[in-house]
Design a binder for this molecule. Structure first.
Ligand code: ADE
Length: 259
């Protein structure tokens, strides 16, 4: 049996809180400005960590998860702004690839390509992505009873969808309609925008460590994004993130030893 230790990452404490509630006996460790919780969820060894916001914070955290904590895979969860047509607040986007939308070393290489890599999109682990898609659908079916009718009505969570596709990352909170429109035109295949995933994907690529990214849509990256984001993070994000990741970990635990 190959021992697994999975890094569970979120940018904000609110996004990780309900996962940590399932690890009540674990000790927090402070390292290089971040809080790490090595421990277990069910039978699976995990290291939970709040990365902070942005690509550099996420990249250093991912590196320490691999080098200090020996994780053999990682999952990033939290919220994202919806970009794609029909990607609404409360929907889930599972990334099958990640791109840095603010990477631009042109004319040295094409816009978005990471210099020295010859690629702009970094793929996620296909098997985990497929499993998380299923986990998200199961979790979404439980949200109404978990969150209650008032929250469901406030955020329009009656019929949330799950999408799989490209997620783009950059060191910008996208909070105006013109900016999100420009991103949609430049990268029409992008389903969602956030600030960490593609950086973690580059680190995971460097170390040969599998990665999955699953995000709940908190806003539409438009003029009301900052209000929608703050409310969603306060009221919903912890429960939605944990419901998907914990469901997936249960599946992973059930397949320990088969891989
Ligand atoms: N994460 C959640 N919403 C976002 C947005 N609008 N821009 C960047 N990252 C986000």
């Amino acid at each position: 049996m190959s021992p697994r230790r999975i890094g569970l990452m979120s940018a904000l404490p609110q996004e990780l809180a309900a996962v940590l509630a399932h690890m009540p006996h674990e000790q927090r460790q402070r390292l290089a400005g971040r809080d790490y919780w090595p421990g277990h969820v069910g039978d699976t060894e995990v290291v939970a960590v709040v990365t902070g916001i942005g690509k550099v914070a996420a990249a250093t955290t991912a590196t320490l998860l691999i080098e200090r904590y020996g994780v053999t895979g990682m999952v990033f969860t939290g919220v994202a702004g919806g970009l794609g047509d029909g990607v609404a607040v409360g929907d889930v986007v599972v990334a099958n690839g990640l791109l840095q939308h603010d990477m631009d070393a042109s004319p040295l290489c094409p816009r978005h390509e990471v210099p020295g890599y010859g690629q702009s999109v970094f793929a996620t682990e296909a098997a985990w992505t497929a499993q998380l898609e299923q986990a998200a659908r199961r979790a979404q079916a439980r949200w109404a009873s978990q969150l209650g009718p008032a929250t469901v009505a406030t955020y329009g969570l009656q019929h949330p969808k799950t999408h799989t596709g490209l997620v783009i990352s950059g060191d910008r909170f996208v909070a105006t309609a013109p900016e999100s429109q420009a991103l949609r035109q430049r990268l029409p295949q992008a389903l969602a925008v956030e600030m960490e995933g593609a950086a973690v994907a580059q680190v995971c690529h460097d170390f040969g460590v599998p990665l999955a990214v699953v995000r709940t849509i908190s806003d539409r990256a438009d003029d009301s994004a900052h209000v929608d984001f703050n409310q969603f993070v306060a009221d919903v994000a912890s429960a939605t993130s944990a419901s998907m990741v914990l469901d997936w970990l249960t599946q992973l635990g059930a397949t320990q030893g088969q891989k």
